[in-house]
Design a protein around this ligand. Structure first.
Ligand code: SAJ
Length: 447
């Protein structure tokens, strides 16, 4: 096995797994047991590693210990019950670990500035127990340069050890897709970069032993960090593209969904995305800002990434404007209306409200004088009313903000019986023709 201080260079990376001596690494500590760390801890435990997990959320630690945590699917919950891992109060297990994996949030603040406080806090605590020969892996999504310029200095300063010599640092950006049954964690290919060949080999060996998917070795930490922000910026730009097309077509009496469906018949060179009333979640609206800010600090302005963010952030307002235009055609207005906003989650059929555009829609409606009710069957605790009927009784208009299955299945009659005069389908998820045929004023996003 190469020494830890072997300098990393592309030609020195061993790409043929048969040439690598995979070393079973027994003890893993996962720092942060959210939507990334918890599935990872459960998977590593199921593949024979001794796993300790820690999280700052006391209630969450209890839910995990009792295997009653709500945001994992049944199969994963069963695995957690059958093969529990140690859930620690704090960072007590760090010293005994072979690998420490940091899976903490990397959000942005209200001015879209990256907030690395959770990552710095985690690294400082990891460093307090760090010892020679250990490997620290960062899974949190970060901009290129973060491991070199933030993680490693933090680990070295607090531990007094030297990265690349005393301990290793690797980056394997998370690729969890909550709620996606086609892509469970173990099937998702990953990329790994590291600060030394030693760290790269150990990190790659670890992921190859828990995943049933390819693990690509990158030539540096920086390249591995860049992969994730590129993946998600790509998605944000494509969503912004169809959103801009939708806004344009709403003026041209063209149904954008028909056009996108037709464009998707092209078997190459086109990837269909869906226009909507906004882009939420903890990844897509956040990750581009990590690259935009870091590139700007290094002398480059990402105009396209920034414009895509601007377009997508304008969609909640566009949705409210469209509803206002519909009401004006019937001589009504938002200030005369009670509007039911259906859907608070940022994504269909999950209960995840982070960065959800629904809240921007509610704010805008309220500012324009509407009385607003909110109902989300996946987030009743955050809904202002607890049933569809309560949301629509006395309402004059509806905005569909999340394409939950519950809403997609609703017929025009389900709305007519409450006397709903106008529906703004923010996710183009209802049957437009059926609603128009039923005499309900219906608009979507771009149709
Ligand atoms: N959205 C659109 N139009 C689209 C796709 C999404 O408006 O065509 C909106 C959604 O309504 C939501 C937001 O964008 O508000 C994000 O949706 P998402 O499907 O991208 O869901 P996320 O945030 O869970 O993204 C994750 C990401 N996975 C990781 O970061 C590991 C992303 O890279 C994946 O591409 C995405 O899942 C996926 O494909 O499902």
């Amino acid at each position: 096995m190469s020494q830890i201080n072997t300098p990393l260079s592309p030609e020195s990376i061993v790409t043929d797994p048969t040439q690598r001596t995979p070393e079973a690494l027994a003890r893993v500590v996962v720092v942060g047991l959210g939507y990334v760390g918890l599935p990872l801890a459960i998977l590593a435990r199921s593949r024979g590693f001794e796993v300790t997990g820690t999280d700052i959320d006391t209630a969450r630690r209890e839910l995990i210990r009792n295997a009653t945590v709500p945001d994992i699917d049944r199969a994963t919950k069963r695995r957690l019950k059958e093969q529990p891992f140690t859930v620690a109060e704090d960072y007590e297990g760090i010293r005994q670990a072979d690998i420490i994996i940091v899976c903490v949030p990397t959000p942005v603040d209200r001015s879209h500035e990256p907030d690395l406080m959770p990552l710095r806090f985690a690294c400082t605590n990891v460093a307090s127990g760090l010892r020679k020969g250990q490997l620290v892996i960062i899974e949190s999504t970060v901009n290129p340069g973060t491991c070199d310029e933030v993680v490693i200095p933090t680990l070295e300063r607090t531990s007094g050890l030297i990265a690349g010599q005393d301990f290793g640092v690797a980056h394997c950006p998370e690729r969890v897709n909550p709620g996606d049954k086609h892509w469970p964690l173990q099937k998702i290919p990953r990329v790994v970069g590291a600060d030394s060949l030693w760290a790269l080999e150990r990190a790659t060996s670890f992921y190859r032993s828990i995943l049933d998917a390819p693990v690509r070795e990158m030539a540096s930490l920086r390249e591995a960090e860049a992969v994730k922000v590129v993946e998600n910026s790509f998605r944000d730009i494509n969503i912004a593209f169809v959103n801009e097309i939708a806004m344009s077509f709403s003026r041209l009496n063209i149904d954008v969904e028909h056009v996108l469906d037709a464009a998707a018949t092209k078997p190459f060179g086109f990837m269909r995305h869906a226009p909507g009333c906004g882009v939420g979640g903890h990844c897509i609206p956040v990750d581009p800002y990590y690259l935009i800010r870091y590139a700007r600090a290094n002398g480059f302005a990402h105009r396209l990434l920034s414009l895509a963010r601007e377009v997508n952030e304008s969609m909640p307002l566009f949705a409210v404007d469209e509803l206002e235009r519909m009401l004006a055609r019937t001589g009504s207005s938002l200030s005369d209306s009670t509007v039911a906003v259906l859907g608070l989650s940022y994504k269909s059929d999950v209960a995840d409200l982070r960065e959800s555009p629904s809240f921007e829609i509610v704010r805008e409606l309220t500012e324009r004088g509407s009385r607003v009710r909110t109902f989300d069957p996946h987030a009743l605790d955050r809904s202002s009313v607890r049933s569809f009927s309560a949301a629509l009784t006395g309402a004059t208009a509806v905005i569909i903000a999340t394409a939950h299955r519950y809403f997609r299945s609703l017929s025009p009659e389900a709305f007519k019986k409450y006397g709903i005069a106008a529906i703004l389908d923010g996710r183009n998820c209802l049957d437009k023709r059926a609603f128009l045929a039923a005499g309900i004023a219906y608009r979507g996003i771009g149709r």
